[in-house]
Design a protein around this ligand. Sequence first.
Ligand SMILES: NC(=O)c1ccc[n+]([C@@H]2O[C@H](COP(=O)([O-])OP(=O)(O)OC[C@H]3O[C@@H](n4cnc5c(N)ncnc54)[C@H](O)[C@@H]3O)[C@@H](O)[C@H]2O)c1
Length: 275
Amino acid sequence: MREIIADWSPEIVIHLAAQAGVRYSMENPAAYLSSNLIGTQTLLEELKGSGVRHILIASTSSTYGGNAFLPFQELHPTHQPMSLYAATKIGMEALAHSYSHLWDLPTTCFRFFTVYGPWGRPDMALFKFVNAIERDEPIDVYGYGRMMRDFTYIDDLVHAVERLTETAPARGERIGAHDSLSTIAPYRVVNIGGGQPVQLLDFIDAVEQALGKNARRNMLPMQPGDVVATSADARLLRDLIGIIPSTPVDLGVAKFVEWFLPYRHARSGEALLAG
Ligand SMILES: NC(=O)c1ccc[n+]([C@@H]2O[C@H](COP(=O)([O-])OP(=O)(O)OC[C@H]3O[C@@H](n4cnc5c(N)ncnc54)[C@H](O)[C@@H]3O)[C@@H](O)[C@H]2O)c1
C-alpha cells in the first residue's frame, strides 16, 4: 500500500474493498475484522500526510441496523448493528472519522443500498434466483417475501460515486439541515439509494418477467441479521450531486438477465475447455 501511494500520489481514493455480505459474517467474523477494519485502517494510515484531496469509502445501509425510522437518514443513530458485517462497517466509519479529524483528510463514506446488476457478487439473491428459476429449482424466499429493499442499480451507483468525487467535505461547510457533515472533521456520510423500496416478492416478479418463466417459491422466515426494510433518504445525495438512483427494478433486472445469461454460458464453456 505504501509503495502504491508513493508511486501514484493519488488525489482521489475510492475504497470499495471489503469482506461483504451479511450471512457469511456469522460463519467467518474474523474475515470481516481483517478486511473491513484492519484493511481500512492500513489504507488510511498510509494516506495520512499524502496530500490526498478526497477519500471515498463504501459503507452500507446495514449500519442502520435496528433503527426503526424509515427512510434512513444519515443523521439517524447507528449504534444497533444487527450483523457482524454491519458492526465492522460502523467501526470502519468511526476509524475514517477519526483519521479525517486528526489528519485533516476530506472523507466521504457512502452507505450503499442493496446494489444489483451485471458483475455483482454471485452470493447475492439475484444470481441465485436466476440460476434456480432457469433450472426449475425452487428459490428460497426469506421473510416470506415481505422484506422491503431499496434496490440500487449498479449504473446509478457508479454515476453517483463519480459525481461525489467532486464534493469533498470541508469543515464548517454544511449544505443544509440534513447534511451529515461532522461538526469537527471534514467528513460526511451519504446514502446512495433512490428511496423507492420494493418488496422482495415484486423483485421476484421482475425476475420472472425478465426470464419469461415462473419461480417455484420456498417461503421461509427471516434470517438472523436481516432487517425488515431499508429505504434511503436521498435528500443529501440529491443536494450534493443533483440526481438520485432511479432505474426501476423491472428495467434493472432485465439488464442483469441480458448480461448474465450469455456470461454464464461463456463461463460454462470455459470450464468445459479447462477440462
Ligand atoms: N453489493 C451491495 O449490495 C453492497 C451494499 C452495501 C455496501 N456494499 C459495499 O460495497 C463494497 C463493494 O461490495 P461488492 O458487493 O462489490 O463486493 P465484492 O466482494 O464483489 O467486492 C469486494 C472486493 O474487495 C476485495 N477485498 C476484500 N478484502 C480485501 C483486502 N483485505 N484487501 C484487498 N482487497 C480485498 C475482494 O477481493 C473483492 O474484489 C464493499 O465495501 C461492500 O461492503 C455493497
